[in-house]
Design a protein around this ligand. Structure first.
Ligand code: GLN
Length: 215
């Protein structure tokens, strides 16, 4: 868990429930110690600023370039986007996902809302809370939406909002992002999907004799 700001506790609890060991990451040594990273919801401008102040921005970028899986929700999605619209003047993202997001996109009309979504590729293990063909209860809080997706980005979910469909969950390789907060609805299939991605990644690098660790 990147634990500089935001709803760290809720994600940690969710990750624990789907069988992951978690560590709060605030320093470069902690970036080096984890198999994967979750960037929580919160305030992307603050998270961005703190990654630089705490000296973890460059180490995270290095790990990402080597394939480390990262899941970002809400502000975390903004942090993973290559382009951010309606950001602060000096706001930077980590990037990695070939998407353009608009900050506070729904927030111009309403701050927060919930709805049922069909999300592609959710983990189906009953231990993750719900069976696969049930909709996912998505909670949006001053959420971004995705305005552009690159060719290698898989769209996992869209939401109909004021007569238009907006992309709200994406995956590109080892990067996963949701506009909504999957840590608060008592359904841990998104965390389950991410943990499965991490296990597959760790398995693949573990099987290469020259690469026990990409770090
Ligand atoms: N609006 C916030 C931002 O721009 C994100 C809100 C959230 O993470 N719940 O970072």
């Amino acid at each position: 868990m990147l634990a500089l700001q935001g709803d760290v506790r809720e994600h940690r609890d969710a990750l624990g429930l789907v069988g992951a060991d978690t560590l709060e990451v605030r320093r470069p040594a902690e970036v080096a110690a984890v198999d994967a990273l979750v960037v929580p919801g919160g305030e992307s401008t603050t998270i961005d600023r703190l990654t630089r102040i705490f000296g973890v921005r460059e180490p995270i970028l290095k790990r990402m370039a080597a394939g480390m899986p990262v899941f970002g929700s809400c502000a975390g999605m903004i942090m993973l986007a290559d382009q951010v619209l309606d950001g602060h003047r000096d706001q930077q993202s980590l990037g990695g996902l070939d998407i353009t997001v608009r900050r506070n996109a729904f927030g111009r009309q309403v701050d927060s809302f919930e709805c049922d979504l069909d999300v592609t590729g959710l983990a189906s293990d009953p231990a993750y809370g719900m069976v696969q063909d049930q909709p996912f209860r998505a909670v949006f809080i001053r959420a971004p939406w995705v305005e552009r997706v690159g060719p290698r980005v898989e769209v996992l979910a869209t939401v109909a909002y004021q007569g238009q469909d907006h992309v709200v969950a994406v995956r590109q390789g080892n990067l996963l992002a949701t506009s909504f907060h999957p840590e608060v609805s008592g359904d841990y299939r998104v965390h389950g999907l991410f943990v499965d991605m991490v296990a597959a990644h760790v398995g693949s690098i573990g099987s290469r004799p020259d690469h026990h660790h990409e770090g």
